[in-house]
Ligand binder design. Sequence first.
Ligand SMILES: NC(=O)c1ccc[n+]([C@@H]2O[C@H](COP(=O)([O-])OP(=O)(O)OC[C@H]3O[C@@H](n4cnc5c(N)ncnc54)[C@H](OP(=O)(O)O)[C@@H]3O)[C@@H](O)[C@H]2O)c1
Length: 270
Amino acid sequence: MIQNHKIAFLGAGNMAEALVAGILQARLSEPDFVLATDISPTRLKVVKDRYQIQVGSHNLDAVLWADIIIICVKPQVINEVLSNIQTGLTDKHLLISIAAGVPIKGIQAQIGQTIPLVRAMPNTPAVIQEGVTALAGCSGLSLENLKVAQSIFESIGKVVVVDESLMDAVTGLSGSGPAYVYLVIEALIDGGVRVGLPRNVAHTLAVQTVLGAAKMVGETGEHPAVLKDRVTSPGGTTIAGLQQLEEGGLRATLIEAVEAATHRSSELGK
Ligand SMILES: NC(=O)c1ccc[n+]([C@@H]2O[C@H](COP(=O)([O-])OP(=O)(O)OC[C@H]3O[C@@H](n4cnc5c(N)ncnc54)[C@H](OP(=O)(O)O)[C@@H]3O)[C@@H](O)[C@H]2O)c1
């Protein structure tokens, strides 16, 4: 679907690189149709050497060349980049921004025109193509453009489409979520060490247990509580562990963590 569309990444950092790798590996595009800009010559050399894509240091030239523009700079510099490219943007472009916390109306105000625009919120496992991205389109966005954006982000994991008003909640769950799970994995490893396992063995057991459990929920489509009940035998080991987790308030704590991160995201967006 995006074959023969020229894609420009403005900002060639971690997220842009994840997307370039994903798009090329999924064969959604070819290196000649992908261009990245950056102010850092080092980053440009890295992405050129690794992916043989086009690189440049002029954002406006990239916009004039491209059909799809993906803004991958930090939120602090997005307004500067938008005002720099404003004269080259037309309603033939599809503009996608991954800048966290920057609303569609803020981007539209900065560019002073209404063009097809998608706001995306990926998360860091995108770098291994296991991310999840929430997409929100501007009002009037065509289904065709939404599908183009979906196919791009599906190359780095799963995609959900949400109303933009839910982006802070997305940030609180999947944006910050990898850190919560890292903490859980670290604690499981420490638990294993506490009961006598060598750390490397505990590491393998903990990582694969979290990965396997996530895949069980994702691939069987079963409610997590059903899967949990199935492995919890009367008077057994699992119910003893679960009781301890309930006493420690694990569930309430995770719910509150998502809520706190969502509030913080909304505060930062003001
Ligand atoms: N990482 C995440 O988990 C995540 C999740 C969701 C959304 N995001 C969003 O994704 C965006 C990129 O994040 P990232 O982690 O990839 O950041 P990053 O690695 O810092 O990449 C941004 C790149 O843009 C370059 N840059 C700065 N000013 C520029 C300009 N005027 N024109 C072109 N390039 C410029 C930066 O160069 P210098 O370093 O030299 O300034 C840097 O190489 C951010 O807006 C972030 O909010 C990230």
